[in-house]
Design a protein around this ligand. Structure first.
Ligand code: FES
Ligand SMILES: [Fe+2]
Length: 317
């Protein structure tokens, strides 16, 4: 396949997703790679295909003492530069191509080996200032194109259908929409319906959301959508990450940061927020995966120009 958005910086993992000395497989633009992190926090990334008989290295294991990955088929060992290690001898030539990565704020970025077209965005440190990292939620592969998957993040009407049960949104206003190049900012005001006891029992997180609340969204096209909102128990930041796995499959995960109003609320906030975020991702995924192939829309809704902006950036990349 032609790479999607050639030269875009992709956030492929947060350090916490890799574990220690465990192979972690990613697929980016139809190409498989294996990543691993040692005890000291060094991260290695290689082509996933063993040059002997093409086994997937991500099914192998890491040798702690030497930081090499062993192939699951015949146990040949390769270091992070792709060189063969054999009985203490190191091959002079790499047999596998390392994937170039850049680590910023515990996030692992890559251009997939292509020449950068735009810089790695500095949005995460900017929007997460003063907050602490809570965890990763909603990691999954969506059976949907990158364009359909990113469009829902810029779609200010889908709350009323896709997230109807979770948030009970009855009104949605967009007082601010600014954009500049690949960056955009939206302020969203939401009014919720009254919750019934059944709603609260089924979804206690609803108690943490006030009747009317304001969220600020900032975008770094194409990889990041950030959403920061102030709830009675604390501030929450979600960083929704997307990257193209194949032409029809898109990877997503959400980095969650928080700033509880009181330290005692940290655990509560953490538990509720991570599970609510996972539910949001499930619901978005269902909308993307169950829709019929896109046709030009015969109906217009308010605020859709925000979504059209993202689609224009995609088409004119
Ligand atoms: S296929 Fe990897 S060692 Fe043989
Ligand atoms: Fe959504």
């Amino acid at each position: 396949m032609e790479p999607i958005l050639l030269g875009a910086p992709w956030l492929i993992a947060h350090r916490s997703m890799l574990g220690i000395n465990q192979p972690y497989k990613i697929t980016l633009n139809d190409h498989d790679y294996v990543l691993w992190q040692n005890q000291q926090g060094e991260v290695f990334a290689l082509d996933n295909i063993c040059p002997h008989m093409q086994a997937p290295l991500s099914d192998g294991w890491i040798c702690q003492q030497t930081d090499v990955i062993a192939c699951p088929f015949h146990a040949l060992e390769f270091d992070g530069q792709g060189r063969l290690h054999n009985c203490g001898k190191v091959g002079s030539q790499p047999l596998l191509t390392p994937l170039e990565i850049v680590i910023k704020d515990d996030c692992i970025w890559t251009y997939g080996g292509y020449t950068p077209k735009i810089p790695i965005p500095d949005l995460i440190p900017k929007v997460s200032a003063g907050m602490s990292f809570l965890g990763v939620a909603g990691e999954k592969s969506i059976h949907g194109t990158f364009l359909d998957s990113i469009s829902i993040n810029y779609d200010y009407n889908h709350q009323s259908g896709t997230h109807r049960e979770l948030f009970g949104i009855k009104a949605n206003r967009i007082p601010v929409f600014e954009h500049d190049g690949y960056w955009a900012k939206v302020v969203q005001e939401l009014d919720r319906d009254d919750s019934t006891w059944n709603d609260i029992l089924g979804n206690p997180v609803i108690l943490t959301a006030p009747k009317t609340y304001t969220g600020t969204l900032e975008y770094a096209f194409p990889s990041l959508t950030t959403f920061r909102a102030d709830f009675p128990i604390g501030e929450v930041l979600q960083v929704h990450v997307l990257y193209p796995e194949t032409a029809t499959q898109t990877k997503t995960f959400v980095l969650v940061y928080s700033k509880p109003k009181h330290p005692i609320l940290k655990l509560l906030l953490g538990r509720f927020v991570l599970s609510a975020v996972a539910t949001v991702v499930e619901q978005d995924t269902r909308s993307i995966e169950t829709s019929y192939p896109r046709q030009p829309a015969k109906i217009r809704l308010p605020n859709e120009e925000i979504m059209f902006l993202a689609q224009k950036l995609y088409r004119e990349w």
